[in-house]
Design a protein around this ligand. Structure first.
Ligand SMILES: [Zn+2]
Length: 206
């Protein structure tokens, strides 16, 4: 009994806790910029996902919660197009929705929201994929000898060069071992860059 009392007392003794336990932690200025449409990298990737119209929709949606019809009105786009864009963005987890049943019609109304943080996750995932592919490519370049003619028609593997009697299938010139050290160095540089971006997390998007 006495122990319990003590515990209760201790709990009530912390006056600072309510103010500290605010839902969203204060966001640093640069982080705020990171996950907004002021971040050029984010804009670029979103543009790749959703195109010009998609970006228009996201700009209208930023910081708000809107229905597809609201969005059509605000952007001047056809509501069908807005819907298609929203579903695309939803599949990429860039937007989410909350639905409410309309008392009168009994239909659901969807309120859409833009999630820039999810979009940043998407970029991160995209970069991880790219890194994986580049690492594979680098490994392949390091372990393979390629052959090429003086005219640089095309790079051939050893077995391909052998099949062609060490003559270029394009121009007929003789094939020579291809020096890929510059290419390897460029790949290494890119891999290094991506690793650093991924390590530094959000700030790597600057
Ligand atoms: Zn050639």
């Amino acid at each position: 009994m006495a122990k319990k009392m003590k515990k209760v007392k201790k709990k009530t003794k912390k006056p600072r806790k309510p103010t500290k336990a605010k839902k969203a932690p204060r966001v640093k200025k640069e982080e705020k910029r990171e996950s907004s449409l002021q971040n050029p990298v984010l804009v670029d990737v979103l543009h790749q996902i959703a195109g010009d119209a998609g970006l228009t929709v996201l700009k209208a949606l930023e910081g708000k919660e809107l229905t597809d019809e609201d969005l059509a009105k605000r952007t001047g786009l056809q509501v069908n197009l807005v819907r298609r864009i929203l579903y695309d963005l939803y599949e990429n987890q860039v937007v989410s929705y909350r639905r409410e049943r309309d008392e009168e019609s009994g239909w659901y109304i969807y309120f859409w929201k833009f999630n820039p943080d999810r979009a940043l996750d998407f970029i991160r995932h995209h970069r991880e994929e790219l890194l994986r592919k580049l690492e594979e490519k680098l490994e392949r370049e390091r372990s393979t000898t390629y052959f090429v003619c003086d005219n640089n028609c095309q790079k051939l593997s050893y077995s391909e060069a052998l099949e062609n009697d060490f003559k270029c299938p394009g121009c007929g010139e003789s094939l020579k071992p291809y020096d890929n050290s510059k290419y390897i160095a460029a790949l290494e540089h890119k891999v290094q860059q991506l690793r650093e971006q991924l390590r530094s997390g959000a700030s790597g998007f600057e």
